[in-house]
Write a new protein. Structure first.
Length: 397
């Protein structure tokens, strides 16, 4: 009903083919756009969440080195390029001189139109957080310091796609298990830890239960084994419970203030209160299962929800109910725990259990301790503009 009411007051702009103003010298190897075969439909943009804008209205657009966003954009084109509105810009981008800042900027201005993302209440700003790919220490067998397991998804975990019966619930899934002839909720975190029902599904054993918990929050990471080998554990599935912030739990209990509830602040609280560690971790009933992947290119990030590798500081996680996966987004926020501007072009390539709402982003900072420090301190306000092809039909506010 909400979607229908918003659509009723929205208008669709006329579809006008863009005038390309990119210099021919900027194109190294022009690639003709492949014909649309109907293999993939165009992405859908929810009505009423976008407001038509201009590039001149984007704060810091002229100051951003947009070349740094091209690797992320091109990886998204591997999926988006087979959609009708994206075939031409993706084909042009593949032949663009990506070392020329003016060529890259002209490309986006020629082929895309910015739309500001608007919340349901009409506001245009929201929360911007950060995440990263951590490095844990682990072993293939349990022993010594290595006592905390990371698990494969269990065989009895059922995933029910509600859209198969109720199309209006597209994107919503139930998870559970079969008991007799009934589907019941899957055990929560506390129940899984206590029951030992996941025995035999271990991928590796790591040396820190708190690091293992935060790995589940991040969704993926790397583990250095005792023989020096490094493997990647990537998100595989989840037990069906909504994510609940342990930082919010400590705030509600009066243990930390909002300003203190960063990843660093939470870890410091755990060091000071070891007897309450399990209480705190169990306050989040969500439990994430992993799959093992080889690290073929250490410079590449893990694969996000779009199925392509993430790019440090140029990939974000979004709520796909409001912002489609794969689209370029101009993000205007500030540096972690700072008033210094962070205004740059990124690409929506991931999702997350805590990423809910229209103006809501989680910036991927990359791999390692420095990225983790920035991600843990990132809790800023920001605004977002999605960039859509000029041939894309958009219902705006």
């Amino acid at each position: 009903m909400l979607a229908l009411s918003l659509a009723a007051c929205s208008t669709a702009p006329s579809l006008v083919k863009p005038t390309v103003s990119i210099s021919p010298s900027a194109i190294e190897n022009p690639i003709p756009a492949p014909p649309y075969t109907g293999a993939l439909p165009d992405i859908k943009v929810p009505a009423g969440t976008l407001r038509l804008s201009t590039f001149s209205a984007l704060p810091g657009w002229k100051n951003d080195d947009v070349r740094q966003a091209m690797p992320a954009f091109l990886t998204s084109c591997s999926a988006m390029g087979r959609r009708p509105s994206w075939a031409e810009p993706c084909a042009i981008a593949r032949g663009l001189d990506a070392t020329s800042e003016s060529a890259v900027r002209s490309f986006f201005e020629a082929f895309f139109t910015p739309y500001q993302v608007i919340n349901a209440d009409g506001t245009d700003n929201g929360l911007v957080t950060g995440y990263y790919e951590p490095l844990l220490r682990g072993a293939r067998k349990r022993g010594g310091a290595y006592q905390t397991p990371l698990y494969h998804a269990p065989d009895d975990l059922l995933t029910i796609d509600l859209a198969a019966v109720y199309p209006e619930l597209k994107g919503l899934r139930l998870r559970g298990r079969l008991v007799g002839n009934k589907v019941v909720p899957y055990p929560n975190r506390a129940e899984l830890d206590k029951s030992g029902s996941l025995s035999g599904k271990e991928i590796v054993w790591v040396d820190d239960p708190v690091d293992a918990f935060f790995l589940q929050v991040q969704g993926s990471g790397r583990v250095q084994l005792t023989d020096g080998q490094i493997l990647r554990v990537a998100y595989s599935d989840q037990n069906g419970y909504p994510y609940k912030s342990i930082g919010r739990y400590l705030i509600d209990k009066g243990e930390l203030t909002l300003a203190q509830a960063s990843a660093q602040g939470i870890k410091a609280w755990l060091v000071a209160n070891p007897a309450r560690q399990q209480e705190l971790l169990n306050s989040n009933p969500s439990y994430v299962f992993f799959k093992e992947e080889k690290v073929l290119d250490p410079s590449q990030g893990p694969k996000g929800a779009q199925g392509v590798p993430l790019t440090a500081q140029r990939s974000i996680a979004i709520d796909p109910h409001f912002v489609p996966l794969g689209v370029p987004v101009f993000l205007a926020t500030t540096q972690p725990n700072s008033a210094k501007a962070l205004q740059q072009l990124v690409v929506a390539q991931d999702t997350g259990g805590a990423i809910k709402g229209a103006v809501r982003a989680d910036l991927f900072w990359g791999y390692g301790d420095e990225a983790g420090d920035k991600a843990g301190r990132m809790k800023q306000r920001g605004a977002m503009w999605v960039l859509l092809p000029k041939l894309f039909p958009v219902a705006t506010r």
